[in-house]
Design a protein around this ligand. Structure first.
Ligand SMILES: NC(=O)c1ccc[n+]([C@@H]2O[C@H](COP(=O)([O-])OP(=O)(O)OC[C@H]3O[C@@H](n4cnc5c(N)ncnc54)[C@H](OP(=O)(O)O)[C@@H]3O)[C@@H](O)[C@H]2O)c1
Length: 357
């Protein structure tokens, strides 16, 4: 089968199209014909060995000291089940599925354990839209719902609201009943359409000097900004950062013991339950992905370069041909044909649903 080989760390040019054996599945696994894969900031970090903060060492230990441990790249996908192991229940050949953090998603086929992060695709989404969901949506759910326990009526500030995680964080916070402010230098209309009632352009205004206070600040930018953002938090406020540094872990420990505004850092791990939550939110109309740029598998280097260089106004996905996939049973209205590069896909509008832990 065709796959994108990633045998060394580096710039997008290290990704090359190759042929590898099609995976054979174990009794607890599912074989998925991959029809779309998301190209995320996380994938860029894995490709470039650009692991932030103290994870620089752990990242190399986990993902390969001198070269990538997973020789085929890609982590977030959507596709169709073509084979099911004897011990697998809940999935059948022909099911449309999506998943996250399954190494090897830039390939025509992917073997995934049925207990890993895989779930049935939300009704009414294309494979490209579904592939673009897990990365940001699972992260936003883990941080806002599970770690910060955002309550209805709270004020949530999303810093980096126009980015891959931020777009999902705005929608999840809105779904949880929060009043959402987005901080972004661009795509203000998009961020508003996702649920932000107020926008702060960080190139024009410093929100830490505005005198306003938020219950939760979700920071989806590079770096740990707890010290500078602290003044903008209420006394029971939570600062959430995706960026793991030794300092923020220290701040986390100190603020847990001391009281007052807390710092919270972590890594969002996907699983089937969280993907099912994402599926339900999409089907309720509370969550949607925004696909900005589409490439073929062969154009993976261009896709990574687009993510890095052109600040796409939404997710970048690669789409594969579905020739040979078994006929889909069940839902109507699913659009499978790869679309032209650059075509944005409309989706359901945001609304407040009822999903909570
Ligand atoms: N810990 C975890 O589990 C986890 C999970 C997923 C991602 N991550 C990490 O989270 C980070 C964000 O990922 P992403 O995919 O959302 O990246 P992204 O799409 O590049 O978005 C980053 C955002 O940061 C904003 N930004 C840049 N400088 C800013 C500033 N000075 N003030 C305010 N906003 C600023 C940008 O806004 P404008 O474009 O509007 O300027 C952009 O929208 C990455 O470091 C990624 O590795 C961590």
């Amino acid at each position: 089968m065709k796959a994108i080989i990633n045998s060394q760390y580096g710039s997008p040019e290290v990704l090359s199209l190759g042929e590898v054996p099609r995976p054979t599945i174990k009794p607890n696994q599912i074989l998925v014909q991959v029809l779309a894969a998301d190209v995320t900031e996380g994938d860029r970090r894995l490709r470039a060995a650009d692991f932030p903060g103290f994870t620089a060492v752990f990242g190399r230990l986990m993902f390969g000291m001198f070269r990538p441990r997973h020789s085929v790249g890609g982590t977030n996908f959507a596709g169709r089940v073509v084979e099911v192991g004897a011990e697998v229940t809940g999935f059948a050949v022909g099911d449309d599925v999506f998943g996250g953090v399954a190494h090897g998603a830039y390939a025509e086929y992917l073997a995934v354990s049925a207990k890993e992060a895989i779930a049935k695709m939300p009704a009414g989404t294309t494979h490209a839209e579904a592939a673009a969901l897990p990365y940001g949506a699972v992260t936003a759910l883990v941080f806002l719902r599970d770690m910060a326990k955002v309550q209805a009526g709270e004020r949530v500030l999303v810093v980096g609201a126009s980015g891959g995680v931020g777009r999902m964080a705005v929608q999840v916070a809105k779904h949880l009943g929060a009043q959402v402010t987005g901080v972004a230098s661009r795509d203000h209309d998009l961020v508003r359409s996702l649920g932000a009632s107020e926008i702060i352009d960080y190139t024009q205004e410093d929100f830490t000097k505005s005198g306003k206070r938020w219950d939760v600040i979700f920071d989806a930018t590079e770096g740990d900004h707890f010290r500078s953002f602290r003044a903008a938090l209420t006394s029971t406020g939570r600062y959430l950062t995706l960026y793991m540094t030794v300092r923020v872990l220290f701040e986390m420990a100190m603020t847990t013991m001391r009281g007052g505004p807390r710092a919270i850092a972590g890594v969002a791990m996907g699983n089937a339950d969280k993907l099912n939550d994402v599926r339900m939110l999409v089907e309720q109309g509370a969550l949607r992905s925004v696909v900005a740029e589409r490439f073929s598998l062969e154009q993976i280097g261009r896709a990574h370069a687009a993510l890095e260089q052109s600040r796409p106004r939404g997710s970048v996905v690669v789409e594969m041909s579905e020739a040979g996939a078994p006929a889909h049973h069940g839902r109507a209205g699913i659009e499978h044909a790869p679309q032209a590069r650059g075509a944005a896909v409309p989706n359901c509008s945001a609304s407040v649903g009822a999903l909570r832990p």
